[in-house]
Ligand binder design. Structure first.
Ligand SMILES: O=P(O)(O)OC[C@H]1O[C@](O)(CO)[C@@H](O)[C@@H]1O
Length: 393
């Protein structure tokens, strides 16, 4: 990291900036949507009102004294952030704490009848049940006739572009889904990725998942392919321990996605059978580590997680938020080599991400110049560009 230029941490304090709009507009919109989606009682409505007020004009408040994860949040910086405006603490921290507080407001942490009821479930289910998902699954029937490398590439790109299916993003980026993605990737290290996963190579692949539904389904299909072709002998899927950033995948969402696949006709059902037997014999494991919902960059991961990533042949981080946490949520010069901010990572690491926030590394100067000339600042946050970046060790 010695040669890496100083890159300031992103805050949400600049009116008109993208991070500011997430705090000022997206979070209130999410509260409204959740409130409308459930027959909550007066206590929950009051708690949601208080959260709305706090987000709009207040300061970050401590957790209740009996919060089950109070100690963890102290470790994660709550004492430093409490009392400050949501806009003046690191944006990554504010966003994560917002979801933590929202879950508390609706009773997720219990005790009581609402304990464990995911406030985002109706949105995630609607997406999984949408006709677009049927069409995407039916398209898999074209794959069995193709050479393995082409199938592998198609499934890798399916997983990559699946990251556009992000419900939180769509809430405030009206029309984003309808815009055509720009097919050329702004960075493409996929040759390095495949070099780590040759057929019958016996690799262990860790996939740090992002969204449920139409992102998780192609992630699972990619895993099924890696296992079926021996490109991976074992896979570990990391999901969130609690609902987060609206559509992030939890274990319940993995179960829903697997049921959806298993019920599908044709090739999709075949992939489901591969996954189902791999979970039964331990070749595919699901983990929900508390740090997956931490408001911190992965550079500060705990030792057990570091050991797990160190033992993997390749760890794949999906999506925008995981990218922010992998490289650090900072204003890097875009030409900073991806290898520099990920130098701390204990093994080979890949990022598959569509660009939905301002953080970016690893671009060539020519690519950056072309993006700026064509779109100004918009390419960073519009969700129409994507990248595959790999840091080999
Ligand atoms: O689902 P993804 O790809 O992680 O994207 C979620 C992104 O949405 C945001 O809330 C705003 O873009 C970011 O904080 C986050 O990076």
């Amino acid at each position: 990291m010695a040669d890496t230029p100083f890159a300031p941490v992103i805050l949400g304090d600049e009116p008109g900036s993208f991070p500011h709009s997430v705090l000022a507009e997206r979070h209130p919109a999410i509260i409204r949507q959740v409130r409308d989606a459930f027959p909550y009682g007066p206590g929950q409505h009051r708690a949601l009102d208080e959260l709305l007020k706090s987000c709009a004009e207040g300061a970050v408040e401590p957790l209740p004294a009996d919060a089950p994860d109070g100690d963890r949040w102290q470790e994660w910086g709550l004492a430093d952030c409490a009392g400050h405006s949501w806009y003046d603490v690191p944006w990554l921290w504010s966003e994560s704490y917002f979801y933590r507080r929202l879950l508390e407001a609706v009773g997720w942490f219990g005790p009581g009848a609402w304990q464990g009821i995911d406030p985002f479930r109706p949105f995630k289910r609607a997406e999984l049940d949408a006709p677009e998902t049927d069409a995407e699954l039916a398209a898999l029937d074209a794959l069995p006739g193709l050479p393995e490398q082409e199938r592998a590439r198609a499934l890798l790109h399916g997983s990559l572009w699946g990251n556009r299916a992000d419900l939180g993003f769509r809430l405030s980026a009206e029309g984003a889904e309808a815009q055509d993605p720009v097919p050329a990737l702004v960075a493409d290290d996929s040759a390095d990725l495949w070099s780590l996963l040759p057929p019958d190579g016996g690799a262990t692949v860790v996939l740090v998942a992002d969204n449920a539904g139409r992102e998780l389904v192609p992630d699972l299909l990619l895993i099924a392919h890696l296992l079926a072709e021996g490109r991976a002998a074992r896979a570990v899927l990391h999901v969130k321990p609690y609902p987060y950033y609206v559509s992030d995948a939890t274990t319940a969402d993995v179960v829903d996605a697997l049921h959806r696949l298993r019920a599908a006709p044709g090739a999709a059902g075949e992939y489901a059978r591969v996954l189902w037997s791999a979970t039964a014999d331990g070749r595919l494991a699901v983990r929900a580590h508390p740090f997956s919902c931490a408001p911190l960059p992965y550079e500060r991961m705990p030792d057990d997680l570091r050991a797990e990533f160190a033992a993997a042949t390749l760890t794949v981080f999906k999506g925008d938020l995981n990218y922010r946490r992998l490289v650090g949520d900072r204003r890097w010069p875009p030409t900073t080599p991806f290898q520099e901010p990920t130098a701390y990572f204990p093994g080979p690491v890949a990022a598959l991400r569509t660009l939905k926030s301002e953080v970016i590394t690893g671009l060539s100067a020519a690519t950056e110049a072309a993006l700026v000339a064509a779109e100004g600042h918009r390419w960073r946050t519009g969700g129409t560009h994507a990248l595959i970046q790999v840091a080999l060790k």
